[in-house]
Write a protein that binds this ligand. Structure first.
Ligand code: SF4
Length: 78
């Protein structure tokens, strides 16, 4: 898994986190703790669940701090 500051990728998807937008509702850490681990760095582990479950959880982020895209979108643009 590639990890930059607040950018997390596996072979298929990239999840980004905007700390300025996060309202610390803890939806992510409570509902999918195998991926969103608030006591570990890097705190998002994309190997912790399926892409489908991760995407579902990202979509539930109430602030929009979590976003995702498919990596193939990057390749099409490049
Ligand atoms: S669900 Fe979104 S707003 Fe809530 S803690 Fe996670 S990143 Fe922050």
């Amino acid at each position: 898994m590639k990890t930059k500051d607040n950018v997390f990728s596996n072979s298929d998807i990239t999840v980004t986190f905007n700390p300025c937008a996060c309202i610390h509702s803890d939806h992510c850490a409570k509902e999918l703790s195998s991926v969103f681990q608030d006591s570990v760095i890097p705190w998002i582990d994309l190997e912790g669940s399926s892409d489908k479950k991760i995407i579902q959880q990202v979509k539930k982020c109430p602030s929009g701090a979590l976003q995702f895209h498919y990596n193939k979108e990057d390749r099409e643009v490049a």
